[in-house]
Design a binder for this molecule. Structure first.
Ligand code: DGP
Length: 124
């Protein structure tokens, strides 16, 4: 049993998941939503979120493994569906040190036609 509520009404990504706030969704199913980042840092920049409110990677527990696996397995499919065939980058900012801005677990997925550069010059 998760210690987190499945929906936190004060969480912007929970509200996107519930359709209460508009977003450019590219995929959704029972467990997850993928939508375009409002501040894209690459020609393709989408966020993959679980519908369940998990604040960050720091709160992941063994019972979340299948859910996180589902999110990550979708990344490649979604990038290919957008027409990018030569790789992509996946990032999860976690907590204060990770410069996390929105405390609802999400994976950034970025793609382009040319290499994206190397952190820290490429900041997310
Ligand atoms: P971070 O927590 O630092 O991994 O970044 C959160 C990302 O979420 C940031 O790139 C901007 C994006 N974002 C924040 N609010 C919204 C929103 O309301 N809609 C969308 N589509 N993206 C958002």
């Amino acid at each position: 049993m998760s210690q987190h509520p499945s929906h936190d009404p004060s969480c912007i990504f929970c509200r996107i998941s519930a359709g209460e706030i508009p977003a450019q969704k590219v995929y959704e199913d029972e467990h997850m939503v993928a939508f375009r980042d409002i501040r894209p840092r690459a020609p393709l920049h989408i966020l993959l979120i679980p519908r369940q409110h998990i604040p960050s990677m720091a709160e992941l527990r063994p019972e979340h493994a299948a859910l996180v696996g589902h999110l990550l397995v979708k990344a490649g499919d979604l990038v290919r569906a957008e027409g990018y065939t030569d790789g992509f980058r996946t990032v999860a900012n976690t907590g204060r040190v990770g410069c996390q801005e929105v405390y609802h677990l999400h994976f950034h997925v970025l793609a382009a036609d040319a290499p994206l550069g190397v952190p820290p010059t490429f900041e997310l």
